[in-house]
Design a binder for this molecule. Structure first.
Ligand code: MOS
Length: 731
């Protein structure tokens, strides 16, 4: 199989011409429009909701302020055996758990009528004292390993890190504050719910169609076979669209009561309050080393914000224990209950901020021991997983570092902080960091159908959220059979064509491609074709005497019990395994090199160039893969220098909940991003040799930039984002 052909993104033309259809583009006859009215307290009880003014607006069809539990149940929490990003289902009780929680759903003939009427709804409350930030009085801290006693969430303990750290001649201690952040995908959270007789059809941009299918069925007390979820394209997911959103149940109820299809699109501020976000965190890293920079011990302690009603588990030490060959490691994660909606996964959810802490500390060890920051990373690399003692299936960290250093011109760096300047006095800093991300695999069912016109239809578990999974699948099928990519049709995200496992955690391509690869072998067998090599598909199908030949294959993680995995896949529950497999451990890796320039008077920080070299196994789709890495680096620049969801602790909620006030990196912030790949197939993770890429792309970007800012300014900044005022205050 050759992956060398760089196929253009198959949906590129449709995207730029505006013909690509997203979930809420669905516009059936009789469509009605919904809007939420939301709570203006951060905790307490709704005493009464006044809907009189809203009801008098012409064109209002329905106002729902309460749905009884026999009509709508909790979806359950996705990390607690359920389907929702949180267990709390608004509108089913008088309890207010966070500011911005819906208190009424208005349905009207037009969006503007629904919005106007929702704005006229008022309520009286019995407020209670809320703790809305990780540092607030009343926030409650629990030790994760005790609160959720399952092996995956246990403390990470290898050797005796306390003793090894105490004995280490070089000791570095770092405390890092990570802000709450919100993903702001271009496509707002939105759905169209419509009933076809007693079948509910949901059109929605989601990363998890089958969770919506099974979750809303559970909420409404229906057979999941009578729910269809169609998500052909997602306009950005980033983890925020990874599960059942709490608007879907009320929307389905409204559509049923009205006998009309209903569309709901959250406003941007509502997406900040009614869907998941990256929780605030505090980390303390202690690193012990010998005088040559050999890392001897690490102690990594984390406090992560969660909600009052769910424990969103933290997995920071899964990656920090694997960055280097550190023998003695101790990691502990604690969860801090606050009065917010449940936080969740946001691109490189734990790894981004965990690695910022670890790689900042490693940089300090380099300076404390007089080692070059690249050399110390090479010297501490390992091919054996320090946690399990198992080999890594493939690991090209050192190659990423060497190749990146060469492309960047690292050899020209003067290690002295504040030593490199532009002609106008601009401080120049060069920094490096590595990143890693666990390699997980989910079960997938792939169905292929070849016809006498030479067309191959593919249906498989996977969701297209811009990462290019359709392009990677098309490329695999076209290259395998030696056919025109235009003859390949891919259906993903559609519960009618194949069960849809959650696409997240960078397992999407590494999950879908092995299933498609296996189905291709089956198709070839049914057509009497050789196992590999280009084929005359039309002739082969015609020779069977039928119009169409079908093939199907089911694949899953190595060592995973097939019955359990497939049962969970069909029920829309997470069913992935990894990064630990029988006999090996799999991660993807990257090395980032960043240049920063700090203007001497304004202290404005620019990032004129980044070099990133990734090890994601075989590169399945070179053009979309390079875009993924550029996107990850841009995301990292935003996370380091721009993004923070601000809270006024007196009132709760999030203050800067629009794109004007929540600044993400824009074109003016982005300059040269040079991307390269090791492109070595992983020999054991799956027969295609692909590992994940989407999230590792941003892991380490913040540390590379932070280390570059230290090199430029001589100051270590411990709190993200690093802003002009922080640098000004330090000089
Ligand atoms: Mo990703 S944050 O696991 O969708």
């Amino acid at each position: 199989m050759s992956m060398s052909t760089a196929l253009q993104r198959v949906d590129a033309r449709a995207k730029v011409t505006g013909t690509l259809r997203y979930g809420a583009d669905r516009a059936p006859d009789g469509l009605a429009y919904a809007a939420f009215a939301v709570a203006t307290i951060s905790k307490g009880r709704v005493v009464s909701v006044d809907t009189d003014a809203a009801e008098s607006v012409p064109g209002v069809n329905l106002i729902i302020t309460r749905i009884e539990p026999d009509e709508l149940k909790s979806p359950g929490f996705i990390m607690g055996g359920g389907y929702g990003f949180q267990s709390l289902q608004p509108l089913t009780s008088d309890h207010i758990a966070y500011r911005g929680q819906p208190i009424a759903l208005v349905v009207a003939d037009t969006l503007s009528i629904a919005t106007e009427a929702a704005g006229l709804i008022t309520a009286t409350y019995e407020p209670e004292q809320a703790a809305t930030t990780i540092d607030a009085d009343g926030a409650e801290t629990v030790v994760q390993s005790q609160a959720i006693p399952i092996p995956m969430l246990a403390d990470t303990v290898v050797g005796d890190a306390g003793a090894a750290f105490a004995a280490a001649p070089v000791q570095v201690e770092v405390e890092i504050h990570g802000p709450a952040q919100h993903p702001v995908p271009m496509e707002l959270i939105s759905s169209v719910a419509e009933w076809n007789g007693d079948t509910l059809v949901v059109h929605e941009g989601t990363q998890n169609s089958s969770a919506i299918q099974n979750g809303v069925a559970q909420q409404l007390g229906m057979d999941p076979g009578r729910v269809q979820v169609i998500s052909p394209s997602v306009g950005g997911g980033f983890g925020q669209k990874n599960s059942l959103q709490p608007h879907i149940g009320p929307l389905a109820v409204a559509a049923r009561r009205l006998g009309r299809p209903v569309k709901l699109m959250l406003t941007r501020p509502q997406t900040f309050h009614q869907s998941s976000f990256r929780p605030a965190s505090r980390q303390r890293v202690r690193l012990g080393a010998d005088t040559s920079g050999r890392l001897l011990a690490a102690i990594h302690e984390i406090d992560q914000q969660t909600s009052r009603h769910d424990l969103f588990p933290a997995l920071y030490t899964e990656v920090s224990a694997r960055l280097y060959g550190i023998r003695d490691f101790r990691g502990q994660q604690r969860l801090v209950r606050t009065d917010v909606q449940t936080p969740g996964y946001m691109r490189a959810p734990f790894e981004h901020i965990s690695v910022f802490a670890m790689e900042s500390a490693v940089d300090e060890v380099a300076y404390a021991t007089g080692q070059d920051p690249v050399a110390i990373r090479l010297a501490n690399d390992t091919m054996t997983d320090p946690v399990t003692g198992l080999p890594f299936s493939s690991r090209y960290v050192s190659e990423c570092l060497r190749r990146g250093a060469q492309r960047f011109g690292w050899a020209d760096r003067n290690p002295e902080p504040r030593s490199m300047r532009g002609s106008d006095g601009t401080l120049i800093g060069w920094g490096v960091a590595i990143g890693a991300y666990p390699g997980s695999t989910a079960p997938a069912i792939a169905k292929l159908s070849a016809d006498t016109a030479g067309t191959v239809s593919v249906a498989v578990a996977g969701h297209e959220m811009g990462q290019g999974i359709r392009t990677a699948i098309t490329s695999l099928v076209a290259n395998d059979l030696g056919i025109d990519p235009a003859a390949v049709q891919v259906s993903v995200g559609d519960t009618r064509s194949a069960p849809q496992h959650l696409t997240a955690g960078s397992w999407g391509t590494a999950t879908a491609l092995p299933a498609v690869h296996a189905a291709l072998r089956e198709l070839r067998a049914r057509l009497g074709l050789p196992h590999t090599g280009p084929v005359d598909l039309r002739a082969a199908v015609a020779a069977t005497g039928t119009d169409r030949v079908d093939a199907e294959a089911t694949t899953m993680a190595q060592g995973q019990p097939a019955d359990v995995a497939v049962d969970r896949l069909r029920r829309g529950l997470p069913a992935m395994a990894g990064p630990e497999y029988p006999g090996f451990v799999t991660f993807s890796y990257i090395a980032h090199f960043a240049e920063v320039r700090v203007e001497p008077t304004t202290c404005r920080i620019r990032v004129p160039r980044v070099v990133s070299v990734a090890d994601c196994g075989r590169v399945a789709s070179p053009i979309t893969a390079a875009s993924q890495v550029r996107g990850g680096v841009i995301w990292g620049i935003g996370a380091t220098l721009r993004e923070e969801s601000l809270v006024d602790a007196r009132y709760g909620g999030f203050l800067n909940s629009t794109m004007e006030e929540y600044p993400v990196a824009v074109n003016a912030d982005i300059h040269e991003i040079d991307v390269d790949f090791i492109d070595q197939p992983d020999p054991v993770i799956n027969p295609v040799g692909v590992k994940g890429l989407g999230e590792v792309a941003m892991v380490g970007v913040s540390a590379a930039i932070g280390n570059a800012i230290f090199h430029a300014t001589g100051t270590r900044f411990r709190r993200l984002p690093i802003r002009i005022e922080d640098v000004l205050a330090s000089l």
